[in-house]
Design a protein around this ligand. Structure first.
Ligand code: GUN
Ligand code: ZN
Length: 466
């Protein structure tokens, strides 16, 4: 690859801020330039006028008056629900799973359906500018093979694992395996696909996660077996991913059903090795800096503290919360715990592929929280959960998530002219006389107004994806 200059208005969060410090880390360079080195890394990020002399003659892609943002990171999206967005089930989480999702996911038993879905899934990701993702996988190994193969062919990053289910309602029967197969198939997926593209976890774009659907879909025996498996592969950089505290409808919702079934003090305990009655230890913990808990809407303080302490991240999915009536993750309380927060579409629990729409929804739901909990997220915080916080959740912040020199060049080109409403807002919207406020207003208008049409080009490691 030869070095290349990309011109446009650059926005990113420099360094390694916490979400609470995102505003101070926000960098806006209206007449900006990114120089991508021949190694696919950021060689320079700054003013166009300041491009170092050794790069000045490099070929140039002039995206002005477009914008250059870090690639979006979706830390919770369901591959076998590629065709299941907007499913009508007439109920919240557990009814929707039974009536809509288990039947949809069962269709992936057909190799042709799975292969077609892998293509569509990658199409949607590239169109949405989602350069990296934690992908909740299909139960069927052939579907996961199709997903990894197509993802590699298209040049995207992925962390994924087959969805593990050993128990549940009859509607999910085709997704179940025996206890032995649950562990065996997961181990085989790790051996087959983890860092399979480069052979080195540090340079790989393909990674594998251990993914039990949620505690209600497995047994204490499964959790014990997965704990042992995770202990044996942690040092290979394998991930863990699942759902936590999503639906708290009294009595019949997911949270109560889990605590009732396991007789534990907290839902998180079931993933923390403490899955026996009274939260007694029954196996190894699945938490850690490569573990992501989707939703985490209804957490107790002890659960948030334990996630923060172990380096476990949350995938915040406000569009899914709206679609499934799951409530609102308390923003201030969650942030105050110190846990890292990233953003997830949860497609098809959410009905949007776009991370900018997810962070726009986050703004709307958190300003609507009751009383003093209702806050206006700073646009830099929105950008954080959609980019750098996601890279941190994937434990690859040293590789991508912003435009610090030396990072792998994952970015999107936003062309507002392809989305008239966005173009109009950016061109004619009133801006403060205060330069910092005007900058924040422009970033906010951009993040709220991006649609799939606005995303003109998507790059991973400096390579344009098609
Ligand atoms: N909990 C268990 N399975 C699922 C799922 O597929 N989607 C969501 N949103 N929550 C879940
Ligand atoms: Zn989900």
């Amino acid at each position: 690859m030869v070095s290349r200059i990309h011109l446009g208005h650059v926005f990113h969060l420099a360094g390694a801020p916490l979400v609470t410090d995102a505003a101070n880390a926000l960098v806006s360079i209206p007449d900006g330039a990114l120089v991508i080195g021949d190694d696919g890394r950021i060689a320079f990020c700054g003013e166009r006028a300041g491009i170092p002399s050794q790069y000045q003659s490099a070929p140039t892609s002039d995206h002005r008056p477009g914008y250059l943002l870090p690639g979006f990171v979706d830390t919770h999206v369901h591959f076998p629900q590629t065709y299941a967005g907007d499913s009508y089930g007439g109920g919240q989480l557990l009814e929707w799973l039974t009536l809509c999702i288990y039947p949809s996911e069962s269709r992936f038993a057909d190799e042709n359906v799975a292969a077609q879905a892998a293509i569509e899934f990658c199409n949607r990701r590239i169109a949405a500018g989602t350069t990296a993702a934690m992908v909740f996988g299909s139960a069927f190994p052939h579907a996961q093979d199709a997903l990894f193969t197509e993802t590699q062919r298209r040049g995207l990053r992925i962390v994924s694992g087959r969805g593990i289910q050993t128990t549940g309602p009859a509607a999910a029967a085709r997704l179940f395996t025996s206890e032995e197969d649950a562990i065996r198939l997961t181990r085989e997926e790790i051996d087959k696909w983890h860092a399979a593209d480069t052979g080195d976890v540090k340079s790989a774009r393909l990674h594998v996660a251990i993914v039990p659907r949620f505690s209600l879909a497995v047994t204490t025996q499964t959790l014990k077996g997965l704990g042992e498996l995770y202990d044996s592969v942690r040092d290979r950089g394998v991930y863990f991913h699942t759902h936590l505290n999503e639906n708290n409808r009294p009595g019949t919702g997911e949270v109560d059903a889990t605590k009732e079934r396991y007789q534990v003090n907290s839902y998180l305990d079931t993933y923390d090795g403490k899955f026996l009655p009274g939260s007694a230890v029954g196996g190894s913990s699945l938490l850690g800096r490569r573990s992501i808990m989707a939703h985490s809407v209804h957490c107790q303080d002890v659960e948030l503290e334990r996630m923060a302490e172990t380096g476990t991240s949350i995938s915040h999915c406000p569009i899914s919360q709206q679609f499934l009536g799951s409530g609102t993750m308390p923003w201030l309380r969650t942030v105050a715990s110190g846990v890292n927060i990233s953003a997830g579409t949860d497609f098809g629990g959410g009905d949007e592929w776009l991370i900018p729409q997810v962070i726009g929804a986050a703004f709307k739901v958190h300003i609507s929280e009751p009383g003093a909990a209702g806050v206006s997220m700073h646009p830099a915080e929105m950008l954080f959960i959609g980019t750098l916080g996601g890279a941190r959740a994937l434990d690859m912040e040293d590789r991508f998530g912003n435009f610090d020199v030396g990072k792998e060049a994952d970015f999107v080109v936003i062309d507002p002219s392809r989305t008239p409403a966005l173009q109009a807002a950016l061109t004619y919207g009133a801006r403060s006389d205060d330069a910092v406020m005007a900058r924040d207003q422009t970033l906010f208008a951009l993040l709220m107004g991006i649609r799939e049409t606005s995303i003109a080009e998507t790059y991973v490691q400096g390579r344009r994806l098609q």
